[in-house]
Design a protein around this ligand. Structure first.
Ligand code: GDP
Ligand code: MN
Length: 389
């Protein structure tokens, strides 16, 4: 899960990582008031979206007057910002962050992330900050330093000195960097982050290291442990379908075929997609409805599968292990009936009470295709999709 820059900066403050003073606003008037409450000669108005590269896209503006703060905010709020990190539709700007402008003498890059290869948290730093770090890595990899942290030993002072040396910092800034790196490390562990990025980390004209930007990504599996982080979720920034899927505890990914797949278990879902391909069809989605399937979940799943109108047939492939097949069949029937489905639905059930489940589907009069096995289910779904298309 991603959060906004202003939320990242709140967390930075909690962990002693210096960031500029500021306030969040959802209207131009609020933005102006926020600016007024900050004693500073200039402000920066920053569009809050879950993507970077806002600066080049007009989403970061330095304002010299309160009127400029209002004008820039008005120009950003209510629009969609397209950056080279978003898709062509961009992301909605529902809030702006107004902060005191900083006088920059140097821009650095600093991040902390989980490196699966070394199985450690790793600091990545570069004196070439403020720019696209992927480009730096590709063109001048020698400008990037990587410092893995041993999980038992934790972050060591010599490692902070190593990063400070790579950034060419003076003695004064070296100790500031140590505070920042310690803060990042504590924050990462305390909140189950998966990536924290400060780009740029700046040195101000008066020699202070400050996090000018902040991006934090959290491990989705750990979100239930952190209500404070969960409360920071902004669904408006997420893929609408995937956000809806999350609400119902469904794992959903859109694909470009025309056979909707509703399956329980990620492995079975993969096998089902393979089977559809083998029979000459193309899946419209990956969908794992999870173990405890019920009517509401099945309904939500059908809705997702049918929402973009490209699906010509649905293949339901469910193993009744945790939930019995007759209960699943009842859920499918209720969902199909309530939703008035008009496209063919092929159902393959296996597991406890499978005979009862199949009989319910056959006797329902809803025109469902109850398949004997996965092979014939996939074959039938592909044929039906072709027939409708
Ligand atoms: P991003 O483009 O989404 O990564 O947004 P950033 O927060 O990183 O801002 C982009 C760029 O705007 C920075 O690299 C800075 O060069 C510039 N910028 C942001 N805030 C300030 C500021 O307070 N003062 C000055 N002079 N430049 C700033
Ligand atoms: Mn940035």
């Amino acid at each position: 899960m991603n959060i906004h820059e202003y939320q990242a900066k709140q967390l930075f403050k909690e962990f002693a990582i210096p960031a500029p003073q500021g306030a969040v606003a959802t209207t131009p008037e609020q933005a102006q008031q926020a600016a007024q409450s900050l004693s500073t000669p200039a402000w920066v108005v920053k569009a809050q979206i879950h993507a970077g590269a806002r600066g080049k896209a007009g989403g970061v503006k330095v304002a010299r007057t309160l009127d400029e703060v209002k004008d820039y905010s008005a120009a950003m709020l209510g629009t969609r910002l397209v950056t080279h990190q978003t898709d062509a539709a961009g992301l909605p700007v529902n809030s702006v962050w107004v902060e005191e402008a900083s006088a920059i003498s140097q821009e650095y890059y600093l991040s902390l992330l989980l490196d699966r290869e070394s199985e450690r948290l790793i600091f990545i730093a570069s004196a070439a900050g403020g720019m696209d770090i992927e480009a730096v890595a590709a063109e001048t990899p020698e400008k990037i330093v990587r410092v893995p942290v041993h999980p038992a030993a934790g972050l060591q002072p010599y490692q902070c000195r190593q990063v400070a040396a790579a950034l060419g910092l003076g003695k004064e800034q070296q100790s500031q960097l140590q505070t920042i790196m310690n803060g990042l490390y504590q924050l990462f562990l305390a909140k189950d982050a998966s990536q924290i990025e400060i780009n740029p980390l700046i040195q101000t004209d008066d020699g202070k290291l400050v996090a000018l930007d902040g991006k934090i990504n959290f491990d989705d599996n750990a979100i239930p442990l952190h209500p404070d982080i969960a409360a920071m979720r902004d669904a408006s920034q997420e893929d609408a379908k995937e956000a809806e899927a999350k609400q119902f505890d469904l794992n959903y990914i859109t694909l470009d075929g025309n056979i909707g797949c509703m399956v329980n278990g990620a492995g079975l879902a993969m096998a089902t997609m393979d089977m559809v391909k083998l029979k000459g069809g193309a899946p419209a989605n990956f969908l794992d409805v999870g173990g405890g399937t019920n009517k509401d979940k099945v309904k939500a799943a059908f809705k997702l599968i049918l929402s973009d109108g490209t699906t010509k047939a649905v293949l339901v492939n469910i193993f009744g292990g945790i939930v019995k097949c007759d209960v699943i069949a009842a859920g499918i029937l209720a969902a199909v009936e309530e939703m008035h489905l008009t496209i063919p639905v092929v159902v393959r059930l296996e597991g406890t009470n499978v005979e009862q489940g199949l009989a319910m589907l056959k006797d329902s009069g809803l025109g469902l295709y109850a398949a004997e096995d996965l092979n014939s289910a996939a074959e039938q779904a592909v044929k039906l999709a072709e027939g409708v298309a």
